[in-house]
Design a protein around this ligand. Structure first.
Ligand code: B4P
Length: 191
């Protein structure tokens, strides 16, 4: 099994690219954002508890997303590996993922870091707000908070990848197809 982390600020294209990469390489796409939004949409107790945190652009508690990911890893069969999209988002989540994989005889094989500037991020999320109905895309102050939370709590996770020599920075500006090709080039080096 190969394990790829799709990394980058909010709106950098992690979700967009993970969907097509997972299809191409027969990997399971694990998006903690999608899982949380599914809880919200289903009106579960967990979803109701997380709604306010997410619409403020804050991170939900580590234990919530760690439990979601562990459950998915253990219930998956028939895939070449996992694409982790939007997870880990804190150093604590990175520790938990590393331990989870180690206990199952796996490791993080590649960390793809999408590089996109803040102006472009803001522009993309405002555009998505017109169609997504996502509360966290609708308000400029919330988008700014999400970017600030990324810089403060998530960006330090890149050091993990650097230490393990698995991180690769990829230019995240350009057409979706061109960025896909750039990402595939890196995945081809580990399969
Ligand atoms: P996520 O769902 O991960 O949201 P995201 O960061 O906005 O998405 P992404 O970067 O995948 O952007 P996308 O491809 O869609 O998280 C949402 C919230 O959930 C978090 O704020 C937090 O509250 C919670 N959460 C999730 N995971 C968590 C965790 N591990 N711990 C704690 N809390 C967690 O792209 C954005 C837009 O850009 C799209 O409209 C797309 O069409 C467009 N786009 C993509 N590529 C483009 C390109 N090359 N050019 C132009 N536009 C492009």
């Amino acid at each position: 099994m190969i394990n790829v982390l799709m990394f980058g600020p909010p709106g950098s294209g992690k979700g967009t690219q993970s969907v097509t990469l997972a299809k191409k390489y027969n990997m399971l796409h694990l998006s903690t954002g999608d899982m949380l939004r599914a809880e919200l949409a289903a009106g579960t107790e967990l979803g109701r508890k997380m709604a306010a945190i997410m619409s403020a652009g804050e991170l939900v508690p580590d234990e919530v997303v760690i439990a979601m990911i562990a459950q998915k890893i253990d219930s998956t069969t028939g895939k070449t590996g996992f694409i982790f999209d939007g997870f880990p988002r804190t150093v604590e989540q990175a520790d938990a993922l590393q331990n989870m994989l180690k206990e199952r005889g796996m490791k993080i094989d590649l960390m793809l870091v999408l590089d996109v500037n803040d102006t472009e991020l803001m522009d993309r999320m405002k555009k998505r707000a017109l169609v997504s109905g996502r509360a966290d895309d609708a308000d400029e102050a919330v988008i700014n908070n999400r970017i600030a939370v990324y810089r403060a709590k998530t960006e330090p996770v890149i050091d993990y990848g650097r230490r393990a020599k698995v991180s690769r920075t990829v230019e995240g500006i350009g057409s979706i197809d061109d960025i896909f090709v750039r990402l595939c080039r890196h995945i081809e080096t580990i399969i």
